[in-house]
Design a binder for this molecule. Structure first.
Ligand code: CP
Length: 319
């Protein structure tokens, strides 16, 4: 694997893993590793983005991504503006692009956007001079989630190369699954998607993953088991008989986790639906890295902002 010795991302935006190459992914992960230490300092702040303004434009609900970006921005000393659809003029019919033009009149340097429509961040990136970071667009991509997942796997195993990663749940409606498939393929890991046929995407063959209709065979020798919730908000009709039946066939229970490698770890991007896709004994068990993912998300988002801003100068110094 060829890794560039760059110290900044030579691009304006991070809208998808599909646009990043392996060198850029490795640079983000390496930078996040250095920035992880900021959280351990008595004063959890570096001056890198002092004087920069970041707009967090969230048109869909979020807990982890939204707060994690906000913490990352504050740790880099940026000024932050938080925007949600319900408390804004979007609820009065203003379009995304009119909203963005009005926000641009206040000269932000970055816009972090979560939007229900696939491709919205990509369009915005073409329209405005600010750097756009995709915090999840429809069923398309959630690049910062895949990067923090990869960071967590690499932190635990030392490398992504050759890892066997099971991604199980509502793959069809999951931007997390797509971004992970792109990233893990670029970094040399093997990806196994598991879902009932009704919850697999139509174009799954194009993603370079193997597919399973049952969890048990996919778990054999697996190093990582990533569980996904069922995204009922994106389904016009329910694609399986009942939650009880879903749990019986597809939930990760302690018994099923024993089928994976002894060293296997469990990930979940959240929010979890306990008793549907994951048993609480697994979610809270010794193999779970679910809360480490949240901690790592801050460092990964700091790294992306830092690298888009141009890389080193003051990141290592105290404020
Ligand atoms: N993983 C994730 O996107 O969680 P939130 O919806 O809470 O941001």
């Amino acid at each position: 694997m060829v890794v560039e010795s760059a110290t900044a991302l030579a691009r304006k935006d991070v809208v998808g893993i599909s646009q990043l190459d392996a060198g850029e992914i490795q640079l983000i992960l390496d930078t996040a590793e250095e920035l992880l230490d900021v959280a351990k300092r008595p004063i959890k702040k570096v001056p890198t983005l002092r004087g920069s303004t970041v707009v967090n434009l969230f048109m869909e609900p979020s807990t982890r991504t939204r707060f994690s970006f906000e913490v990352a921005e504050k740790r880099l000393s940026a000024d932050t503006l938080n925007f949600s659809a319900s408390g804004s003029s979007v609820s009065k019919g203003e379009t995304l692009f009119d909203t963005a033009q009005n926000l641009m009149a206040m000269a932000p340097d970055f816009i972090v956007i979560r939007h229900p429509n696939s491709g919205a961040p990509h369009r915005l990136a073409q329209e405005v001079p600010a750097s756009i970071i995709n915090a999840g667009d429809g069923i398309n991509e959630h690049p910062t989630q895949a990067l923090l997942d990869a960071f967590t796997m690499r932190q635990h195993f030392g490398s992504l190369e050759g890892l066997k990663v099971v991604v199980a749940g509502d793959i069809r409606h999951s931007r997390v699954a797509r971004s992970n498939a792109f990233l893990l393929d670029k970094m040399g890991a093997e990806v196994r998607f598991v879902a009932p046929a009704s919850l697999l995407p139509l174009e799954v063959e194009e993603l370079g993953v193997s597919t399973f209709l049952r969890l048990e065979p996919a778990l054999e020798d697996a190093d990582v088991v990533m569980m996904l919730r069922i995204q009922l908000e994106r389904q016009k009709r329910v694609n399986f008989p009942s939650m009880r039946e879903y749990f019986d066939f597809f939930a990760l229970t302690p018994e099923r986790l024993k089928l994976a490698a002894d060293r296997a770890v469990v990930l979940h991007p959240g929010p979890m639906n306990r008793g549907v896709e994951i048993d609480s004994l697994v979610a809270d068990g010794s193999q779970s890295l679910i809360l480490e993912q949240v901690t790592n998300g801050v460092a990964v988002r700091m790294a992306i902002l830092y690298l888009l801003a141009g890389g080193p100068s003051e990141a290592a110094s105290d404020s």
